[in-house]
Each structure stands twice: as C-alpha cells, then as structure tokens.
Design a protein. Structure first.
Length: 250
C-alpha cells in the first residue's frame, strides 16, 4: 500500500500506458512492485512527452469542468426571462451575445449573426448589452430596451448596429422616430430604473464570467471572443453540437 501511495494517479496512468505500448503478451506473472517501478521509470525516460501530455490533458479537463460549473451557477441570469431575444424565441439552441452598441466589432459581425439565425430557425440569440463604452452606450441601451415596450426592439437594434460613428441617446431617439415609435413614451420608459438595472445586471454577469471585451458569444459551454474571420464556422459547429448532444449548462 505504501508503494501505491507513492505513485498516485500518474503512476497508474503510466502503468496503463506502458501496458498498451508493449502490446498483447502471453500471460506472465505480475511484476513485483520494484519491477513495476523500474518499468515505469524506464518508460518515462524513453517517452518524457507522456508526462507533459497527461498533465496538459488533466489541466484542460479541470478547466472545462470548472467552466461548466460556473455557467450552470449562472444559468438563470444567462437564459432567464427578461433578456431580449432575436430569432426564434422558443429556439432549441441559444446563442448568448455580450455586446455594446458602440463596439465596432459587434457591428461588424451583426450581418453574420443574422445569417446564422436565418439558416438555423431553431436558434435564438439572447442579447446582453453590457454598455462597456461608457455613459453614451448605457443611454443607448436603455432606449433600445424601452423600444421593446412598443414592440420595436429588433428594429432599433438593427438600425443601431448599422450606425457609422458614435451612437448616442440623441441618435437613438432619431432612429426611433424614423421607425415610427412614440418618442414621448420612449423617453419616459427609457428613464425607468428597471431598465438601468437590466443593463447593470448584464454587466455584473459579464464580470462574474470573466468577460473582458465585446463581442463575446456563448453557445453551450463554448465561448467565442471577438470577431474572428471564421466566426460563422465556429458558431455553426457549436450550434450543431448543442443540437445533437444537448446543453449541459443551459
């Protein structure tokens, strides 16, 4: 038992690898503890990469398990009622987007997201405006949420993602006017404390999850930061995975 304690999990992993590496053999008596120790030591000396690969895999497995635990603990904040949703509101697959209306990268990938939602009708996009670009972004975010009370949030969201230059409260109201919203009601609703809290809650959630930039997309336990060239391909891959295997954290 003392020798067993000395080796731990790595020792028995290497013993298993050693057995696999040597291939099938005729039945022979089990090696003595000293013989096993020498065999493991010799195998390590000849194959040092095995230790590195085993440790790297253990670290990655631990990181993945921790990521899933964290996401599960924030499930209600991520997917609960209250956040705006684009696409199919009852879609089986959820894509969560953390964004800011003044983030140029968020604007640049908006067309790709629209195409994903069009191509995958069982997918919904959960919007998390975290207004990281300051007071103007927060003011714009509240106007968009207020537009939802008139059933025009998707249209205003779309218009703001096409803006060139800085988005402000004034420019958001101008766009809303062109879309036919009741501006007096919009201004009154935008001042509601509950809308400011919704953005604050989204920002706090992002901080809890370690989101330090926009955009960031979550599909199941997989995250995609920024605006990579292969964003569509990555989203399609993770959407297909959730569709086939379900979502452990949703």
């Amino acid at each position: 038992m003392k020798r067993r304690a000395r080796y731990g999990a790595i020792g028995f992993l290497l013993a298993a690898l050693l057995a696999t590496a040597t291939g099938p053999r005729a039945e022979t008596p089990s090696p003595s503890p000293d013989g096993l120790e020498k065999a493991i030591r010799d195998f390590i000396m000849k194959n040092p990469q095995v230790i590195r690969e085993a440790l790297e895999k253990a670290e990655l497995d631990e990181q993945l398990a921790n990521t899933k635990r964290v996401l599960k603990s924030h499930r209600d904040q991520l997917y609960g009622a209250g956040s705006p949703v684009l696409g199919n509101p009852d879609g089986k697959v959820a894509i969560v987007e953390f964004y800011d209306y003044n983030c140029p990268y968020c604007r640049s990938v908006h067309g790709k997201l629209k195409e994903v939602l069009k191509r995958h009708p069982d997918t919904r996009l959960v919007l998390k405006d975290i207004a990281t670009f300051g007071k103007d972004s927060e003011a714009v975010g509240k106007v968009v949420l207020a537009a939802g009370k008139q059933g025009k949030l998707p249209e205003l969201h779309e218009a703001l993602m096409a803006v060139k230059g800085k988005a402000t409260e004034a420019s958001a109201f101008d766009l809303a006017r062109k879309l036919g919203l009741n501006i007096d009601k919009l201004k009154k609703d935008a001042a509601l404390p509950e809308l400011a809290k919704q953005i604050e809650d989204a920002r706090n959630l992002a901080n809890s999850l370690g989101v330090n930039g926009t955009p960031l997309f979550l599909i199941g336990h997989n995250g995609i930061p920024g605006a990579p060239e292969d964003l569509t391909e990555q989203i399609n891959k993770f959407v297909a995975d959730v569709r086939q295997n379900g979502c452990e954290v949703c």
